[in-house]
Design a binder for this molecule. Structure first.
Ligand SMILES: Cc1ncc(C[n+]2csc(CCOP(=O)(O)OP(=O)(O)O)c2C)c(N)n1
Ligand SMILES: [Mg+2]
Length: 289
């Protein structure tokens, strides 16, 4: 083991990326366990977005204080793909917003962990999402509010790629451009699968980067499973002063669990107990069979 004091910044980043990879896998396994518990959930999109969520929250990108969730100067993160609540709730609990034991109540009667996140029930949830196409409009309003008050907090929003078929996103994008909201960061989980099928077989999204550019965003594409690349990119925002940022994170739906990878059926597939054991082995997580 090398002495942390002797590490150069690239070595430090590599070590952090390795740690984040393990955290992301813990989020994956937690989300799958929750889905197994409730018999409902969205495994594929939980797994594609876990690396992004781990980097944002556990990598320290977002300026937040879990002990003071209403801290006025916090960065706002909006989980527009609110159906992937298993990964989102797990991330919030790992960050310390609420006790991890609460994850075991996912979708139970009277649980605060509904299928879709509710800001009135859980600390750390900024917006009620789940109906697709609402997160970006809310995020644009929040970013505009920060701008009008001359405050420096930023707004991050994670959308699905199928979700971008909702026209409300593009209305919001035009507004973000109009106001030059460079405190807004849209991250697209580009896993190429929506509900039922591949996006390109349903309503084609390509060419996606030029679409965002045409709507006035500074755009980059990135490997959404590469923690070092994600850390570097998230640490250098906005992408361009005066423009909202769009980061297209190329991902694999079901990432990390071979039987779920790139399979439309795993959009809302529910793992059996046996499949959980297989997943744990692939994710490098020890369980008692
Ligand atoms: C307005 C609306 N219509 C339909 C649904 C049902 N629904 C839940 S997830 C989903 C597909 C989302 O696909 P995508 O945005 O690509 O998400 P991901 O692949 O990241 O899971 C649909 C149609 C919904 N939640 N909201
Ligand atoms: Mg998708």
């Amino acid at each position: 083991m090398s002495d942390a004091g002797n590490l150069n910044s690239e070595d430090r980043l590599a070590e952090k990326a390795q740690w984040l990879q393990h955290q992301a896998n813990l989020i994956r396994f937690s989300a799958m366990t929750m889905t197994n518990h409730s018999g409902l959930g969205h495994t594929g999109g939980d797994l594609s977005s876990s690396d992004i969520l781990a980097t944002l929250y556990l990598g320290g990108v977002l300026r937040l204080d879990p002990a003071n969730p209403a801290w006025p100067r916090r960065d706002r993160f909006i989980m527009s793909k609110g159906h992937c609540s298993g990964a989102f709730y797990s991330t919030l609990a790992f960050k310390g917003f609420f006790p991890r034991q609460m994850l075991g109540t996912f979708m139970d009667p009277l649980s605060k962990l509904n299928g879709h996140p509710d800001r009135n029930k859980l600390p750390g949830v900024e917006a009620n999402t789940g109906p697709l196409g609402h997160g970006l409009p809310i995020a644009v309003g929040a970013a505009l509010a920060a701008r009008m008050r001359n405050e420096s907090w930023r707004v991050f929003v994670l959308t699905g790629d199928g979700e971008l078929q909702e026209g409300s996103n593009w209305e919001a994008a035009m507004t973000a451009q109009q106001y030059g909201l460079d405190n807004l960061v849209v991250i697209v989980d580009r896993n190429r699968i929506q509900q039922g099928d591949f996006t390109e077989k349903t309503i084609r999204m390509d060419p996606l980067a030029p679409k965002w550019a045409a709507f006035g965003f500074a755009v980059v594409e990135i490997d959404g499973h590469d923690h070092a690349a994600l850390m570097k990119r998230f640490s250098n925002l906005p992408l361009e002063p005066g423009k909202p940022s769009c980061i297209i994170a190329n991902t694999i739906k079901g990432k990390g669990v071979s039987f779920a990878e790139n399979k439309p059926a795993w959009h809302h597939g529910v793992p059996t107990r046996e499949q959980l054991v297989l997943a744990a082995a692939e994710l490098g997580i020890e369980v008692n069979g």
